[in-house]
Ligand binder design. Sequence first.
Ligand code: ZN
Length: 166
Amino acid sequence: MRVANDTVVVFDYVLKDDQGRVIDSGNGTEAMAYIHGHDMLVPGLEKALEGRQADDHLEVAVPPSEGYGEDEEQDEVRVPRSSLPDDLDVEPGAELEGTDEEGQTETFWVVAVEGDDVIMTRTHPLAGVTLHFDVTIRKVRAATAEELEHGHPHEGPHGSHHHHHH
Ligand code: ZN
């Protein structure tokens, strides 16, 4: 079966930056799994996987415009640590979700912790970075009706720790 909309794709990958530094390689034990055509991957990688099949090996360079976007400067915000929940991990690089005035969910990344202040940004840490993916496809299969309804595959790192509360 080939990768197309509503197929579950399981793959191993290594992600490097322009300098060849490894940014991410899954967690080294479990392959990544996603449902194709549902904006679960950065657009450039999803496009490259279209039409491929199990055992294919791809090296894909994804520019920021098809990755995590351009690096926007000047959007850092400084908030007191005490305004954030106590149990939140506020290490640099941590991803936090907040809600804006209109009730929309916004994602912030912690840039730094300075004294009692936390500096956060809306800019993804990989914005402005050309992403070099080295991908090996392990499996391609049709998504089940349940997976499509839930909007995630029932295997891979997310599937295996998945709570069925629907
Ligand atoms: Zn589910």
